[in-house]
Design a protein around this ligand. Structure first.
Ligand code: DON
Length: 580
């Protein structure tokens, strides 16, 4: 068995991917109820709980909480705090995100801790005198930062729904920051690659680049300033971040680098509890992200379009064409209609209605696969700069959490003395409606900058409930980073399980493709698809572009018949599934 732990296959589980483990099971060689593995060719199987995140120490922090009697929320909050230490690329205290929680008793809630524009933000703040977007202005430096939501969101989740308490769930993160942890190959490489950004700010250069000496794999990375910040949060609660000593440090950094976030912005920030969006697909219930994410709306719109269609084989021309056409329409609607629903009216009901999907489907089926029209846009697709993790506990409660600094290492600015990076989430607004942002996403008026508004997100933490019973149990927990590609990554993994009947490991591993309306092109993972299929797509008029990776889905599947939990870390990542 590959990976760092033993993986047991439960009896009664079907699926080709489990055959090797099944054979071992039959021979009585490897029967285990706990497992952990980095990306392997087997899902990690466990009886009780499962945590899958982008980084091993963080996954283990989550399981530590579950073993200590914590529930899925305790584990999720601990993972989020630990990733802020061990995965500085995207894990954060200075960013924001979304946490989707589903309780085994049947109800769900969505914690919106998305960043918020400072009160001093203005619609044209990133435009020059001629009304053109100033390159990099919404991406690098303190002016790119919106008011961070992560501490408020994780604390709200823990205080409202956790069992172990805020101080306890902070412990793994405090330990990892204070005592340090060995730098992985992936982290060493990632930090080195970020020198162009991090090297511009002395505090970031000092902490993350060792003043230019760099961390080598295996060296211990200790973060005393960050440890101090986490200890402040433990001793004084989350308010230390928004009104107390950490707030003062944030203010000093804002002043030094001319950021717009004020003490009043920090004091006013609140994470919000919202209703998750609910959709249906072939009898399954889909719970996903409402605005200020576009993820749930677009995901449900695409699933509605595709639901009655015969999709055939996953990588066939026929299924890819139907999915691309659904993607194109959902992303066009995203650009036109989506924004922070607390500020603009978003036609969520209309966009996610089956009647609307039927119209779009008829249009797709009637249309000859036409050559794409319109000029391309600047091409920027990133992967992996946000981070998603999935948690299931022994009771069957589930958490899907996606959070981010936006760009890898955010704005590049570390809060001096506090040891954490600030986001560049202001770039998720339309700096100039109609002009593409860092992800090439064209967005409209609904997502223009306004004071205290939350920028539109693509983050799509999603939970799928089974298709039987009054309170159907959780079947899948998933999500991904990847800017504009996030929604399609979630769509594809979800269809891989629900429509193409892959197991979770196969579903997460399978090659991906992406269309986001503009630029008018289909991005395909290199070596993922047969030359014949690609040729047919080209013949049908699609402009194709290859890219090495799309998204990074860290997912859990629960087997409906046996209740076994299967974790799959995306092989595109350095992630780890840990179960118990
Ligand atoms: O909220 C969003 O949609 C973006 N800030 C996500 C950024 C992201 O996934 C970066 N990784 N490519």
């Amino acid at each position: 068995m590959r990976g760092s732990g033993s993986v047991g296959a439960p009896p009664g589980r079907v699926g080709a991917a489990l055959k090797p483990a099944g054979a071992l099971w039959a021979l009585g060689l490897a029967v285990a109820v706990a497992g952990s593995a980095a990306a392997t060719f087997e899902p990690v199987a466990a009886r009780h709980g499962m945590v899958v995140s982008s980084e091993a120490h963080a996954s283990e922090a989550g399981v530590e909480m579950l073993r200590a009697g914590g529930n899925a929320v305790d584990a999720a909050v601990a993972v989020g705090l630990a990733l802020a230490v061990t995965h500085p690329f995207a894990g954060n205290l200075g960013g924001g995100g979304f946490m989707l929680i589903h309780w085994a008793r049947g109800d769900s809630v969505f914690v919106d801790y998305r960043e918020q524009a400072p009160a001093a933000a203005t619609r044209d703040m990133y435009l020059d005198g001629r009304g053109q977007v100033i390159p990099g202005a919404s991406i690098v430096g303190a002016r790119a930062a919106a008011v961070p939501g992560t501490v408020a969101g994780l604390a709200l989740a823990e205080q409202t729904y956790g069992r172990l308490g805020w101080a306890r769930v902070l412990q793994p993160a405090m330990r990892l920051a204070r005592q340090g942890f060995p730098v992985s190959y992936a982290l060493a490489r990632s930090l080195r690659e970020a020198q162009g950004l991090l090297g511009r700010f002395p505090e970031s250069r000092h902490i993350f680049l060792r003043d230019g000496r760099f961390y080598e794999p295996g060296q211990v990375f200790r973060q005393p300033e960050l440890a101090e910040t986490l200890e402040q949060l433990s001793a004084h609660g989350p308010q230390a971040f928004y009104r107390g000593p950490v707030a003062a440090q944030i203010m000093a950094t804002m002043k030094k680098y001319h950021g717009l976030v004020s003490a009043a912005d920090l004091a006013a920030y609140q994470a919000k509890l919202r209703q998750p969006l609910v959709g249906h697909f072939r009898g399954y219930t889909i719970l996903s992200a409402p605005p200020p994410s576009s993820g749930g709306v677009a995901l449900i719109e695409m699933l509605n379009i595709l639901e009655p269609l015969d999709l055939g084989a996953p990588d066939s021309f026929a299924s890819m064409r139907l999915m691309i056409e659904a993607m194109r329409r959902a992303y066009a609607d995203r650009a036109a209609y989506l924004g922070d629903a607390d500020f603009v009216s978003v036609p969520v009901v209309g966009l996610t209605s089956r009647a609307y999907a039927a119209q779009l489907r008829a249009e797709i089926l009637a249309a000859r696969p036409d050559a794409p029209v319109g000029a391309g846009q600047p091409e920027r697709y990133e992967s992996g700069q946000t981070t998603h993790y999935s948690v299931v506990d022994a009771e069957g409660n589930a958490v899907a959490n996606t959070y981010t600094l936006n760009n890898g290492y955010g704005s590049g600015v570390t809060v001096e003395g506090a040891g954490f990076l600030l986001n560049d989430e202001m770039d998720d607004f339309a700096a100039k409606p109609g002009t593409p942002n860092m992800f090439g996403l064209v967005q409209g008026e609904a997502n223009a900058i306004a004071p205290r508004k939350r920028p539109l997100s693509s983050m799509t933490p999603t939970i799928v409930l089974g298709n039987s019973g009054e309170k159907p149990p959780v079947r899948l927990v998933l999500g991904s980073p990847g800017g504009g590609t996030i929604i399609n990554t979630v769509l594809e993994v979800l269809l891989n399980v629900l429509a193409f009947h892959m197991d979770i490991r196969e579903a997460v591993t399978a090659p991906r493709f992406h269309n986001q309306w503009l630029p008018d092109e289909v991005v395909v993972e290199k070596w993922g698809f047969s030359a014949d299929t690609l040729e047919r797509l080209r013949e049908a008029g699609y402009r194709l572009r290859e890219r090495s990776r799309i998204g990074e889905c860290e997912a859990v599947e629960i087997d409906a018949a046996t209740g076994w939990r299967f974790g799959a870390a995306d092989p595109r990542s350095d992630g780890k599934a840990v179960g118990y």
